[in-house]
Structures are given as C-alpha cells and as structure tokens.
Design a protein around this ligand. Structure first.
Ligand SMILES: Nc1ncnc2c1ncn2[C@@H]1O[C@H](COP(=O)(O)OP(=O)(O)O)[C@@H](O)[C@H]1O
Ligand SMILES: [Mg+2]
Length: 286
C-alpha cells in the first residue's frame, strides 16, 4: 500500500431541504486500500458515496476523487471508477454475457468479459437471461458491470445486504480479489463483521458525522472505551476485570501482589475492545 490518496474529503456537508444528512465529514482513502463506511440506516453513507461518485452535488466542502472534483463529471473520472449502487439496475431481457459485453464496450480498456464473469462467480450463467437470476446472482452481475471497465476505484454501497450467508462469503471473496488486483475500494455496510473482515480502515458514521476512524483492530482508542481490558480469576475463583490504558503497569502491580500473596492469577488475559464493542457503544441511542 502506498501513501497516494485516491479520495480526499474535507468539511463535506449535504442538506436535503431542511434536513442535513451529512454534517461536516473529513476522511481520506489511500490508493490500494479497502475503506469501510460503517453505520446504521440513515447515517448518511449512501449520500456520501453518491457525492463521491458524482451522482449528487454537495452542499459544502471539498472533495477530490482520483484528482478530480466528481461534481464536474469528467469523462476521465467516469472511466476510472466502478460503481455498485445500493439498488440494482434495470437490464432485464438480455443475457448475462450480453449485458457485460455491452458495458465493456463503453470503456476504453475493458477487462476480458469471460474473466469478469469468472471473477464474480457467474460462470455457468453466461447465457441466462438476467430476469431469471436469483437476488444474489443479480448482485454479482452488478459487481461484474462495475468491474468490466477495469476501474482503479470501486464503490460498493451495501454490496451484501439481503444475501444469504453463502452469497455473502462469495461477495467477500470477490472484494478480496479486487484488493489483490491493487484496486481501491470504498464499501458501505451496516454489518460489523463485513467491515472487520474486509476493510483496512473503517469510519463509523452516524447522523451525518464520523464518530471514529481507524483500522478495525485499533478503533478502541480514543472512543471512551478503555483500550485494554485485563481479566483474571482471584484466589477464590471469582472473575475480576479492570480496564486500563496502561496494561504494563497494571499487570506488574497485579502479578507482584499475587506473587507476594503466594498466589497465581488464573485465566489472566489482556484484550482490546472489539469493533463490535466500539460500534455498539458509539451508535447506541442515549
Ligand atoms: N433524496 C433524498 N431526499 C431527502 N432526504 C434524503 C434523500 N436521500 C437520503 N435522504 C435522507 O438523508 C439521510 C441519510 O440517508 P442515506 O445517505 O441514504 O443514509 P444511509 O445510506 O446511511 O442509510 C436519511 O435521513 C435519509 O432519509
Ligand atoms: Mg444507504
């Protein structure tokens, strides 16, 4: 991964009439990174990605996508970006291969159609009419259409919502192969496990604001959740736990005291809050 920014967002705001859906957010996405926008329904995820895609105009702020302002809708940008929208498309009466081939024709350097069909797990369904596909297969077709132009940057808005578990795993594999190809991916999701499994970095968004941002494993820091939890069983077998930002000192104190009493600390562990702990804490309605 390098340090070149694929996306930079500063002070982004979007109002729909009276309602402010995005209330001043900042983030950047590095080239080659999978970046997750994680948040509950209505948080402002789709609004944000549609602004980055050039589908919606912003109310305020600065946005750069592959060096372009998406609001200008430059052809160069359109050719370098692949998009999977939250709701699926309208191609109904054609076959899988026909629609993928049609989309390939709109790009200057498309990927091989059969390779894209293979990559998205649609092999064997090439000649099926799209209206006969299952929901999961239609979503794969959305992926295929987003990929066939061989984009550098791919937006996936809730790519697995409504999938059964096997279809979700399939989509995760496709997203991992995009990363392996060096693509930059921006993914929105309200599934924690999806963000944790796929994203290099995550921003948790709620009510149009980013609450916290970082690698999924690092997100406990600076959220009010103590960063480390030390747990052990004391002499009478009771489970004890204590939260701390300084586990070195706490462990030294606990173990010294135990040794002085001639005891061992059973089941001693040091853990960090999971992304789930952080997410539930941050998005809880109080
Ligand atoms: N076209 C629109 N007109 C008016 N309000 C909208 C429109 N699109 C979204 N909103 C509102 O903006 C807020 C954020 O929506 P959205 O970006 O779709 O969130 P998410 O994708 O995180 O579920 C919601 O309260 C939604 O009702
Ligand atoms: Mg949405």
């Amino acid at each position: 991964m390098n340090d070149v920014q694929a996306i930079e967002v500063r002070g982004l705001r979007k109002s729909y009439g009276e309602q402010e859906a995005v209330r001043g957010i900042d983030f950047s996405v590095r080239v080659g990174e999978v970046f997750g926008l994680l948040g509950p329904n209505g948080a402002g995820k789709t609004t944000t990605v549609e602004i980055l895609e050039g589908y919606r105009d912003r109310s305020e702020g600065d946005v750069s996508v592959l060096g372009h302002d998406p609001q200008r809708r430059a052809r160069d940008l359109r050719e370098r970006v692949g998009i999977v929208l939250q709701s699926t498309g309208i191609y109904r009466h054609v076959t899988v291969r026909e629609v993928v081939t049609h989309f390939a024709g709109m790009y200057p350097h498309p990927r091989d159609v059969d390779e894209v069909i293979e990559l998205t797990g649609l092999s064997g369904r090439e000649d099926a009419r799209t209206r006969t596909l299952s929901g999961g297969q239609l979503r794969r077709l959305d992926f295929a259409l987003a990929l066939v132009g061989d984009p550098e940057l791919i937006f996936l808005d809730e790519p697995t919502t409504g999938f059964d578990p096997a279809a979700r795993r399939g989509a995760w594999e496709t997203i991992r192969s995009l990363k392996a190809l060096g693509k930059t991916v921006v993914l929105t999701t309200h599934y924690l496990d999806e963000a944790q499994a796929l994203a290099d970095r995550v921003a948790i968004i709620k009510d149009g604001r980013i609450l916290v941002e970082g690698a999924p494993t690092e997100l406990g820091a600076g959220t009010g959740a103590s960063y480390y939890r030390v747990a052990w069983r004391n002499g009478d077998g009771l489970l004890k736990q204590q939260e701390t930002d300084d586990p070195t000192t706490l462990l030294a104190e606990l173990t010294t005291a135990a040794l002085e009493r001639g005891e061992k600390l059973e089941s001693l562990s040091v853990t960090r809050p999971t992304l789930e702990d952080v997410y539930l804490q941050l998005t809880a309605d109080v």
